[in-house]
Design a protein around this ligand. Structure first.
Ligand code: PLP
Length: 428
């Protein structure tokens, strides 16, 4: 059966981030339950990366499924220009309550890339609406990742993912994320360009696709404060870091200074439905509150604020607010810190480096000679882990885990043991 699914898949499907030749066939997954994925051949895998960082409460969660089902029987979708509905309103109210203080409007789209595209367009049109033609440049962090559409690619690190498009991406000013509280180097760049800068976009505290790189909260806080003092719009891309991943509800809570715009997706629906959110403060919104038609924000997607996705998000937020979930997040955080102690001897032996963790994320680099994304460390670790019943998918030579919050202690220690076994085998 499995072979037949793989053959049918191969005949008709083009998978994301997947080389079209020389790649092992995909594993057909039939079902999921909590942190476990069940393959069509009956094999079980612990989903240690939350299916690309989206899943919070486990797979096929009955409460979220029930809420989606109930909503589907009532209203599955409606155009969102000129119409509205209760799930979208309730979710917006809820998010404004949960977001750091100062946000006033929720703009819906349907994934993380659209959430960042919306943020960039909002920030650029903010200055256009205010008749400030010089404010056109965007600043971003080196090693950033904000999505795969053109605007999102433009503000992301120029790397192998974007190589084929470099000529077509708009110019962005890149600065390094702060390694400590010293931000003199970054501020030199800000001073040089501040009159032309429309916005600064950043992944707060953890840069995900760039390699789970963690930076300094105090330094970032100082940077945001200095940048906002020059009237540059700050966009916090919390598509990955939102909803408890870094140990705080939003990673922006590690800082005192709040961005003007926040992007959310991935965990927003608990990882069940595609939904994106771009939240903004009053200052941004007021530049669009005009009688002039040309100051309208002409942006929308067919599935903007899809009622099923909004219902799933409301259900996920309910689960997130439960004591049990908060305890689980703290439990993972504590276990990760203990596991770091276990990894340190391998770092001392030079096998791995930069062992780090924050909240439910733990990461380290394998010393595989070169640091390139395309080296074989990733596929080797993934294959070895899969053979032991654990799904991890390194980013280049960065091995990381980011499990669903419902992962059990036994499952988490199996993930740890698997990593240690692979390090002991040293197949690099
Ligand atoms: C994944 C991600 C995106 C893009 O989200 P998609 O839903 O995959 O388009 C944007 N920003 C960050 C920080 C991400 O991790």
């Amino acid at each position: 059966m499995s072979t037949s699914l793989v053959l049918r898949d191969k005949a008709s499907i083009w998978h994301p981030f997947t080389q079209q030749l020389d790649t092992p066939p995909p594993i057909p997954i039939e079902s999921g339950s909590a942190a476990i994925l069940v393959a069509e051949d009956g094999r079980e895998y612990i989903d240690a990366i939350s299916s690309w960082w989206v899943n919070l409460h486990g797979h096929a969660h009955p409460y979220i499924a029930q809420k989606i089902y109930e909503q589907a029987l009532k209203l599955e979708q409606v155009i969102f220009a000129g119409f509205t509905h209760l799930p979208a309103i309730s979710l917006a109210e809820k998010l404004l309550h949960l977001l750091p203080h100062g946000f006033s409007k929720i703009f819906y789209s349907d994934n993380g890339s659209t959430a960042t595209e919306v943020a960039l367009k909002m920030a650029l049109q903010y200055w256009w609406n205010k008749s400030e033609p010089r404010r056109k440049k965007i600043m971003a962090f080196t090693n950033s990742y904000h999505g795969d559409t053109f605007g999102a690619m433009s503000v992301s690190e120029r790397g192998i993912f974007t190589l084929a498009f470099h000529d077509l991406l708009f110019d962005v000013i890149f600065i390094d994320p702060p390694a400590d509280e010293h931000i003199e180097q970054q501020m030199q760049v800000v001073e040089e360009y501040h009159e032309e800068l429309a916005a600064f976009i950043y992944e707060p505290i953890v840069q995900g696709a760039g390699g789970m790189l963690m930076h300094h909260a105090k330094g970032l806080d100082a940077l945001i404060s200095q940048i906002q003092a020059r009237d540059i719009i700050c966009i916090g891309d919390e598509v990955m870091t939102g909803f408890g991943r870094t140990g705080k509800f939003f990673a922006s809570e590690w800082m005192n200074h709040v961005p003007d715009i926040i992007c959310l997706s991935k965990g927003l629906t608990g990882g069940t439905m595609a939904l994106g959110v771009t939240a903004c403060n009053q200052k941004i919104h007021s530049a669009f509150a005009s009688h002039e038609k040309l100051k309208t924000f002409f942006h929308g997607h067919s599935f903007t604020a899809n009622p099923l996705a909004c219902s799933a998000a409301l259900a996920s937020l309910e689960l997130l607010e439960k004591e049990e979930c908060k305890k689980n997040i703290q439990g993972i955080e504590k276990s990760n810190q203990q596991f770091i102690e276990e990894l340190l001897p391998y770092a001392r032996r030079g096998l791995i480096k930069n062992v780090r963790s924050i909240g439910t994320i733990l990461a380290f680099e394998v010393n595989a000679g070169k640091d390139e994304y395309l080296n074989t460390t990733g596929p080797v670790v993934m294959e070895k882990a899969l053979s032991k019943g654990v799904y991890i998918r390194p980013l280049g030579n960065t091995v990381y885990i980011m499990p669903p919050y419902c992962i059990t202690e036994a499952q988490l220690s199996k993930v740890y043991r698997t990593i240690v076994e692979i390090l002991e085998e040293n197949p690099f």
